[in-house]
Design a protein around this ligand. Structure first.
Ligand code: FAD
Ligand code: GLY
Length: 659
């Protein structure tokens, strides 16, 4: 067993690990630059896997397991310290305003392990008096709850000290010194600190020490207080609305949160941030407008590209990672402490840890041969500094972001035209794609090849892009887009608002209608969709669509299904030059060389279906397209040599010996 462990970071995650390791008999030291600046201090303390609508299966299991530990875990901390943690399994109410939101939330997941109950307008208002008149119903999540995160971190720290954990405050780790593949020590402002084992638990600051993709996501908060004139607590359960939550504490304070801002480590509260919070909160629970405001603050959530934490082993055998807990670090503290302590002290690896391993963001520096033999191994993972790597060189890349969602792969595929479902499944797998487009109408009517599609792909791993294929008018496309959103929700993608917009009136050439597409896009953007419009390669139309707020533009390279290649190259080039949203080249690509060429030009991504499905060996072609997309992207980033009119010798002529 590892006896001597140093934990970098004294937020709730570092503290929970210190606590569990100490209980298992290790010597533990916690180094922390500043205890009060972490997200753990700034949080709201909700224990809310259900209200937060977590859709990733492994993450949901992790959260549920942690929530189940909370009662006993806090009881033990309270017993040892005599301090209250404010743990309160009060349940969370999630009121809904509009009919539209309501129809979607009828699909809210409910399970035996964690039931959810729909309350209609009358019942919810009886259940929680004082809600806005505009509330039309809501979900009740009885298993969710809260803890007073500031009280909890204080109690955990006191408890850990009581058990014998050593705390070194004001110590900043400046670098992790590595030697022969192991951590040799930590360079700090107090000199070198060494141990048998190290844990990185520095929250949003993790990538100051290691190249792991953790970024700050700022949240602003405020606190009001229930006036003394009100005898009983008016709120006894958390209210969780759209972009707003209200967390009543037993001490009569009420936390209101939170913004979610991608502004790096920009400090301070802003008028816009606070205004949004006050507006959202008083709309949900109007009485708040007369309560005293006590405090404003902000904090930085540790966010990863897939919004899942990074837990477990690192590239060094004596360094363990525990960061990236994003919106749920308070909730996840007990399970993180347990799993990490089991791993370090007993070398016990819980199977769940596999889903949170840091390597999911790594590009394997594999050779092409390895990629060809093990296609599943080559995930061109990315983060802020995605790397595309050859066996020798690494080129930094940015991730493909569509409507705020990050994707590792730049190749999207479809499900149509395959000879069998099984062939489609193998092709999707070997394409390495993360986005698969699905024709909503064909799934709904169970058209040939579209039966069983819901079960055929793992929608926890693949992001569904519902498309409006078969729609001839804007009205039809809007209707089908709404159905598509429900379809994605039914498959567990609660937050999927993507739609590939196709308005195609002409059955012969299958050319999209620019006016109908623009009209439908405008409406769908207003309804909150992330619209990915399929268009002819028309730069002016692309610009207009971008202006109405579409998430991408998807110009066709040649008529759908024709495999004619890059017929519209010149126009696609203009679109790429001017677009501020991702340009996805769609339709017409027939061969990997064309896919690579489109990416070389600077397209952000490709959508390829027929060229894969109609190949003689679709899974092999899917793999070829994957490699072509990677090669093209790498070439684009590497920068092509300039073309010259005349030959230029490969070897320099200077310094040659003349006879
Ligand atoms: P932190 O608490 O940020 O701690 C990291 C610590 O490491 C800091 O103290 C920092 O000073 C220290 N450190 C960093 N770099 C170094 C270094 N080089 N050397 C030494 N020390 C260093 N989660 C929930 O579960 N429920 C909620 O309701 C909730 N609400 C939230 C609301 C807001 C506004 C925010 C910002 C977050 C919220 N969260 C919530 C998320 C949760 O707070 C975080 O996921 C969690 O606190 C992360 O804990 P941590 O210990 O990893 O990081
Ligand atoms: N979990 C609440 C937040 O991060 O704001």
């Amino acid at each position: 067993m590892t006896r001597d462990v140093v934990i970098i970071g004294g937020g709730v995650i570092g503290l929970a690990i210190a606590w569990e390791l100490k209980l298992r008999g290790a010597d533990v030291t916690v180094l922390c630059r500043d205890f009060a600046t972490g997200a753990s201090h700034a949080a709201a303390g909700m224990l809310a896997p259900d209200a937060e609508n977590i859709s990733n299966g492994a993450m949901l299991s992790l959260c549920w397991r942690s929530r189940a530990l909370y009662g006993e875990w806090t009881r033990k901390v309270e017993e040892i310290t005599g301090l209250n943690t404010g743990y309160w399994p009060c349940g969370i109410l999630s009121p809904i305003f509009s009919q539209q939101e309501q129809s979607y939330t009828y699909l809210s997941p409910s399970s035996r392990e964690s039931p959810a109950f729909w309350l209609d307008a009358e019942v919810i208002k009886q259940y929680q008096p004082g809600l806005s008149e505009d509330v039309v119903g809501g979900w009740w999540y009885p298993e969710d709850g809260q803890v007073d995160n500031q009280a909890l971190t204080q109690a955990l720290r006191t408890g850990a000290m009581t058990l014998g954990v050593e705390f070194k405050d004001g110590v900043k780790v400046e670098a992790i010194a590595q030697h022969q593949g192991k951590v040799a020590g930590l360079q700090t402002n107090l000199g070198l600190i060494q141990a048998d084992h190290y844990v990185l638990a520095t929250g949003a600051w993790a990538n100051e020490l290691l190249p792991i993709p953790v970024q700050p996501r700022k949240g602003q908060m405020l606190r009001v207080r229930v006036p003394e004139s009100i005898a009983e607590l008016p709120l006894t359960r958390v209210l969780f609305g759209q972009n707003i939550y209200i967390v009543p504490r037993r001490d009569r304070s009420i936390i209101i949160g939170a913004t979610s801002e991608n502004v790096g480590f920009t400090p301070h509260n802003t008028p816009a941030g606070i205004q949004n919070l006050l507006q959202g909160a008083t709309r949900l629970y109007p009485a708040l407008q007369n309560y005293n405001i006590e405090e404003f603050w902000w904090g930085f959530r540790p966010a990863t590209p897939d919004e899942l934490p990074i837990l477990g082993a690192s590239h060094c055998p004596n360094l363990t990672l525990a960061t990236g807990h994003y919106r749920n670090g308070i909730l996840l503290a007990p399970i993180t402490g347990k799993l990490i302590a089991d791993l370090i002290s007993e070398e016990k690896t819980d199977p769940l840890l596999a889903d949170f391993h840091y390597s999911r963001f790594q590009v394997q520096s594999s050779t092409t041969t390895q990629m060809l033999t093990h296609p599943a191994n080559f995930t061109n993972g990315h983060h802020n500094h995605l790397s595309l790597s050859t066996s020798e060189e690494t080129i930094p890349d940015s991730q493909l972001i569509i409507a705020g969602k990050a994707f590792k792969s730049r190749l999207m595929t479809g499900t149509g035209k395959y000879r069998s479902i099984e062939e489609m499944q193998r092709s999707v797998a070997s394409s390495g794609c993360q986005i698969v487009t699905v024709a909503v109408r064909r799934v709904q009517t169970k058209a040939p090849g579209h039966e069983g599609l819901a079960e055929a792909l793992d929608w926890q791993k693949i992001w569904m892009l519902p498309n409006t294929a078969g729609c001839q008018t804007a009205e039809e496309a809007i209707r089908v887009a709404r159905l598509g959103r429900e379809m994605a929700k039914l498959l567990g993608q609660e937050d999927n608002n993507f739609v590939k917009l196709e308005v195609i009136p002409d059955p012969k050439y299958l050319l999209p209608d620019p006016i109908g597409t623009l009209q439908a896009a405008e409406q769908l953007v207003k309804e909150g969709f992330a619209v990915l419009p399929y268009i002819n390669a028309d730069p002016m139309l692309a610009k207009r669509l971008e202006e109405v707020g579409t998430a991408t533009v998807m110009p066709l390279a040649a008529p759908i299904g024709s495999g004619q290649g890059l017929k519209t190259l010149a126009n696609i080039q203009i679109i790429i030059e001017n677009a501020k949203v991702p340009v996805v080249v769609d339709a017409g690509i027939g061969a990997p060389s064309e896919a690579a060429q489109a990416m070389e030009l600077g397209a952000d991504a490709l959508l390829i279906n027929s060229a894969i499905a109609l190949a003689q060996n679709p899974p092999a072609m899917a793999q070829a397209m994957k490699l072509a997309a990677i090669a093209g992207r790498l070439a684009y980033l590497a920068g092509r040599m300039p073309m010259k009119e005349y030959a230029s010798p490969s070897s320099p002529l200077t310094g040659t010996i003349s006879a």
